[in-house]
Design a protein around this ligand. Structure first.
Ligand code: C2E
Ligand code: MG
Ligand code: MG
Length: 239
């Protein structure tokens, strides 16, 4: 899990589930390597269900104010019944739908836009939040801002390139963030690695959250639980 940090509230608001395959001889294998294979061989539906269940169970052990984000694969829109999977997992974990955020990428939408919109509308009606991931890297992101029931965009880290020194890069980031914010969407910037990048982003009133190595690398579930303190420790602090 990797935290998303709200720079105005000054706290962690969401943690994104990032899958790892701990392999006996090859060490930690990254999702970039095995997710496409799991999609090809049809395993992603089963794995995807387990990810949702596991992520929601973890979320149940965090303070109420922290949500969980789960990446969805395009295949999950066309095979299986993702809405029922999510509804069942929410009920089983006892987590409010508003504490779940699903992240979709444009590639998830390209082929099956009709099916995707119907599913996202149903998730939205449940109260689940929807984020457009890697925003700005695809071909037609702007039309998705119009047609999808989105709550958030996650601006791809490509937009951070040269942001500390180059005026054009800053203008581009500012434009994308402003467009999203004016459409009523929350704005997360992904891949923040340096203090200079953070400084440039902090000056931008339209950026709500940052995610990146500067603030926190992805952590094993147990370490994250410790970092968040859990509901009990928060209560003690409040008292
Ligand atoms: P993503 O959803 O855009 O996740 C962000 C990726 O950026 C993660 O890579 C994260 O470790 C990495 N990252 C975070 N902060 C920084 C930073 O400051 N600098 C740099 N260079 N990278 C940073 P990861 O964990 O390797 O995941 C890669 C992609 O695999 C994810 O991109 C997501 O699309 C996919 N993925 C991960 N977990 C799942 C999953 O459970 N299901 C599905 N379907 N896809 C997943
Ligand atoms: Mg993501
Ligand atoms: Mg991303």
């Amino acid at each position: 899990f990797q935290p998303l940090y709200d720079i105005k509230k000054g706290r962690i608001v969401t943690c994104e589930a990032l899958l790892r395959w701990p392999h006996r001889t090859r060490g930690l294998i990254s999702p970039g390597e095995f997710i496409p294979i799991a999609e090809d061989v049809g395993l992603i539906t089963t794995i995807g269900e387990q990810i949702i269940e596991h992520a929601l169970n973890e979320c149940a052990s965090w303070p109420e104010s922290v949500s969980v984000a789960v990446n969805l694969s395009p295949v999950q829109f066309t095979r299986g019944d993702i809405v029922t999977t999510i509804e069942t997992a929410l009920a089983k974990a006892g987590v409010a739908p508003s504490r779940l955020e699903v992240e979709i990428t444009e590639s998830a939408l390209l082929n099956e836009i009709g099916a995707a919109i119907r599913i996202l509308d149903r998730l939205n009606a449940l109260g689940v939040k929807i984020a457009l991931d890697d925003f700005g890297t695809g071909y037609s992101s702007l039309s998705y801002l119009q047609s999808l029931p989105l709550n958030k965009v996650k601006i791809d880290r490509g937009f951070l390139r040269n942001i500390e020194g180059d005026e054009r890069s800053r203008t581009l980031m500012a434009g994308v963030a402003r467009l999203s914010a004016e459409l009523g969407l929350r704005v997360t910037v992904e891949g923040v690695e340096t203090a200079e990048q953070l400084e440039a982003l902090s000056a931008n009133p339209n950026v709500d959250e940052i995610q990146g190595y500067l603030f926190c690398r992805p952590l094993p579930a147990r370490d994250l639980r410790e970092l968040l303190g859990g509901p009990k420790r928060l209560e003690v602090k409040a008292a």
